[in-house]
Design a protein around this ligand. Structure first.
Ligand SMILES: *[C@@H]1O[C@H](CO)[C@@H](O)[C@H](O)[C@H]1NC(C)=O
Ligand SMILES: *[C@@H]1O[C@H](CO)[C@@H](O)[C@H](O)[C@H]1NC(C)=O
Ligand SMILES: *[C@@H]1O[C@H](CO)[C@@H](O)[C@H](O)[C@H]1NC(C)=O
Ligand SMILES: *[C@@H]1O[C@H](CO)[C@@H](O)[C@H](O)[C@H]1NC(C)=O
Ligand SMILES: *[C@@H]1O[C@H](CO)[C@@H](O)[C@H](O)[C@H]1NC(C)=O
Ligand SMILES: *[C@@H]1O[C@H](CO)[C@@H](O)[C@H](O)[C@H]1NC(C)=O
Ligand SMILES: *[C@@H]1O[C@H](CO)[C@@H](O)[C@H](O)[C@H]1NC(C)=O
Ligand SMILES: *[C@@H]1O[C@H](CO)[C@@H](O)[C@H](O)[C@H]1NC(C)=O
Ligand SMILES: *[C@@H]1O[C@H](CO)[C@@H](O)[C@H](O)[C@H]1NC(C)=O
Ligand SMILES: *[C@@H]1O[C@H](CO)[C@@H](O)[C@H](O)[C@H]1NC(C)=O
Ligand SMILES: *[C@@H]1O[C@H](CO)[C@@H](O)[C@H](O)[C@H]1NC(C)=O
Length: 491
């Protein structure tokens, strides 16, 4: 088909084809092989007798205020429909009847007000939905239901006050990677629903230039996203604002002015939990094992609960067991470790108000000392000497993988040997570490504001002897301590 058939040819076609043939290009439009462009044609309604073949139909810059039902049903191949810069205020029923081939739908710069749930029903192939610069105040809960192929949705520059985040779940929109809600009127968001969005959607969620209400759950969410390095925050750093106590005169850039959130002990959000992944601890039988409970919890006076492999839960008041003790500072100590003390030790530090927990884990492995065949008279002495030699060998001869190993502790204080090689700064690809990761991931996630505050005030705080490559984990992101502190100290 060529553009604008000559009138003679059209007449000829009319004579030989059925009356009302679909293949004629409407006079105000431009037709090419697969595109029908009726842009800037002064149209106030759809042209009659549009050809059935185009893949693309452009109706932008016209005066259409409504679309007739089944208006596109005669174009079964249609994949791209642009109706930008018109006067549409709503879409009636069946507008997209039999247009389920649509992949791109652009309705930007119209006057649409409410996204009703029937608008896009049946468009299960739709990949891109562009609605920016309308007057949308409300998006009904089921509007995006069934649009399984969606990849990008643009709602920017509207007046949306709430959005049905709950309708987007792990498997409902498997390809969705962009949800642009910037420049709207969102003040409070249902953060629980936002947190439950699939990771790929969170990564592509744009919320800048809304007048959010400053509060701790809001801040916690963004802080978390920033830690993960999401582009949405990097690219629009200056455009994230919130209003203090809803007072429209006090608007702050909350990624810059963080002092406002100093008192966010994250306590206001129940499900916040900080998880610190794990240290490996290898000791010889009979030695003292000492496991601290340093966590990210900045609280003055947390209490500690240890989950031990042998004795289940232990807290600090139930301590004077000669086999295992838990001190008031959270440290768990096994004066003389036995082989069967090996296992996973998990300390949970609980904020006094019990609003937030933080977890510290040790994988304790007790190994038999290699001196057993000697007669008992020498065992202790030789065992001690061999142990010391082994420790020294371990410390000096093990290839150092992290480049930040501290000199070994004094030999007189034997005990704890960490195993730095087990954690090399990259997410492990398999094996037990991955199991731990997975286990940790299945929990809800780390918000570490209290630590941040403490770091701000004191620089490095407690736990400064830990020059080991401790990893901090939340969700799927794994960061070593350096990276973590860099993030924190950016504040
Ligand atoms: C679309 O049109 C075809 C043929 O015109 C018809 O058979 C089919 O049922 C229609 N599909 C829908 C969803 O209406
Ligand atoms: C922010 O949103 C307002 C309307 O809500 C708009 O006028 C303005 O252009 C937007 N600013 C940016 C930087 O996007
Ligand atoms: C934080 O709490 C302290 C003590 O309760 C108070 O003096 C300070 O003003 C609070 N800071 C903010 C930003 O609310
Ligand atoms: C500690 O454990 C004892 C008994 O196991 C229990 O009665 C007590 O309430 C616990 N204390 C705390 C702070 O959980
Ligand atoms: C623990 O027991 C020892 C003796 O068995 C005793 O001397 C010590 O005071 C006890 N400590 C606590 C905190 O009860
Ligand atoms: C905790 O207290 C115990 C006993 O008072 C002490 O041995 C241990 O070193 C302390 N641990 C830390 C990390 O301060
Ligand atoms: C651990 O081993 C010791 C002997 O080394 C034994 O007395 C104790 O009962 C064992 N504990 C468990 C929980 O098996
Ligand atoms: C914190 O731990 C306590 C005791 O283990 C538990 O009851 C509480 O539900 C936990 N809170 C959170 C937010 O995980
Ligand atoms: C920690 O992470 C930073 C940045 O990701 C990296 O440069 C550094 O080598 C890592 N350190 C270790 C010990 O893995
Ligand atoms: C703990 O360490 C041992 C050996 O070092 C390993 O076999 C085991 O899988 C580890 N457990 C966890 C939970 O990482
Ligand atoms: C830990 O910090 C304290 C106080 O800042 C300091 O005295 C101590 O030497 C530090 N320890 C290490 C191992 O850096």
């Amino acid at each position: 088909m060529s553009s604008r058939p000559r009138p003679g040819l059209a007449l000829l076609l009319l004579c030989f084809l059925l009356p009302g043939s679909e293949q004629i290009c409407p006079s105000v439009c431009m037709c090419t092989a697969d595109t029908l462009s009726c842009a800037s044609s002064g149209l106030s309604r759809l042209p009659r007798n549009m050809p059935s073949s185009p893949l693309t139909l452009d109706l932008s810059f016209n005066h259409m205020s409504m679309l007739v039902p089944r208006g596109f049903a005669s174009m079964p191949r249609l994949e791209t429909l642009r109706i930008t810069h018109n006067q549409l205020t709503s879409l009636g029923p069946d507008v997209f009847y039999n247009a389920s081939g649509l992949r791109h739908l652009d309705l930007s710069s119209n006057k649409l007000r409410v996204m009703e749930q029937h608008y896009f029903q049946g468009l299960w192939r739709l990949e891109e939905l562009v609605l920016f610069n309308n007057q949308i105040t409300q998006v009904e809960g089921a509007t995006l239901n069934g649009l399984r192929s969606l990849k990008k949705v643009y709602f920017s520059l509207n007046q949306i006050t709430d959005f049905p985040f709950f309708s987007i779940r792990e498997h409902s929109h498997p390809f969705l990677t962009m949800l642009d809600l910037s420049s709207n009127r969102l003040a409070t968001l249902p953060w629980e629903d936002v947190k439950a969005l699939p990771g790929t959607v969170q990564r592509g969620l744009f919320l800048h230039n809304n007048t959010l209400l400053c509060d701790c759950s809001m801040y916690g969410m963004f802080w978390h996203w920033e830690m993960k390095g999401f582009d949405s925050l990097k690219d629009f750093y200056e455009d994230y604002m919130c209003t203090v106590r809803g007072d429209s005169r006090s608007i702050i850039h909350f990624l810059r002015q963080r002092r406002v959130f100093q008192n966010c002990t994250v306590g206001k959000s129940q499900s916040l939990q900080a998880t610190v992944l794990l240290s490996n601890l290898v000791i010889f039988e009979g030695e003292r094992a000492s496991m601290d409970c340093y966590t990210s919890l900045g609280t003055k006076d947390p209490w500690y609960v240890w989950l031990t492999p042998g004795q289940g839960y232990m807290n600090q008041s139930a301590t004077n067991d000669s086999l295992i003790s838990v001190f008031a500072n959270g440290t768990l100590e096994i004066p003389a470790a036995r082989l069967n003390d090996s296992g996973l030790y998990v300390c949970t530090a609980v904020d006094q108000q019990q609003m937030v927990n933080a977890t510290r884990e040790f994988n304790l492995t007790v190994v038999r000392p290699p001196a057993e065949t000697f007669s008992t008279g020498y065992t202790t002495l030789l065992g001690c000497a061999v142990t010391t030699v082994l420790i020294l060998m371990y410390l000096y001869l093990t290839p150092c993988q992290c480049g930040c190993c501290s000199p070994p502790g004094p030999p007189a204080d034997p005990v704890s040997i960490y195993s730095p090689v087990a954690y090399s700064g990259v997410p492990p690809a398999g094996g037990p570490e991955e199991q731990v990761l997975q286990r940790v991931q299945s929990r809800r996630v780390a918000f570490l504001e209290p630590l941040m505050i403490e770091q701000n005030q004191n620089g490095r705080t407690k736990g400064n002897e830990t020059t080991l490559p401790v990893q901090w984990c939340w969700d799927n992101a794994v960061m070593n301590e350096t990276a973590f502190l860099d993030g924190v100290l950016k504040v």
